[in-house]
Write a new protein. Structure first.
Length: 129
């Protein structure tokens, strides 16, 4: 899907903060940022979550981090995972309070291999896999 084929009508019903994000992607300066980021295999994403009852889009609160674990996404208090670099790999960041701050993480599983001195990372998979 490209930006060109997303209907502006699909923005109806989004909270204003998320409509602003959707509209900003068309700005020349944002397109330039995206071009530069792509050189580093990075991109831009809209910070959001979904209402548990209705499924509607909601802005991601500052105190919440998106967590992918076992191929499922959940939203947890940022303070709960902030210093857990042994378990969570940041995959999304935002600028907050003058610093780069993780906003999305993947839970990782570390495995030791016989005869190997290092740890090998892999994405935490669904139980039974």
């Amino acid at each position: 899907m490209t930006i060109a084929n997303v209907s502006q009508g699909s923005l109806r019903g989004l909270p204003q903060a998320l409509r602003t994000a959707q509209e900003a992607i068309h700005l020349p300066e944002v397109q330039e940022m995206l071009r530069v980021l792509s050189e580093y295999k990075l991109g831009i994403f809209m910070l959001h979550m979904h209402d548990e009852q209705t499924g509607q889009f909601r802005p991601l609160p500052d105190e919440v981090t998106q967590v992918e674990s076992g191929l499922e996404v959940s939203f947890r208090p940022a303070e709960e995972i902030a210093n857990r670099t042994d378990r969570f790999l940041p995959v999304g960041w935002l600028w907050r309070a003058g610093a780069s701050t993780p906003s999305a993480v993947c839970e990782m599983a570390w495995e030791e291999r016989p005869g190997d001195s290092g740890r090998h990372d892999k994405h935490k998979m669904i139980k039974g896999n």
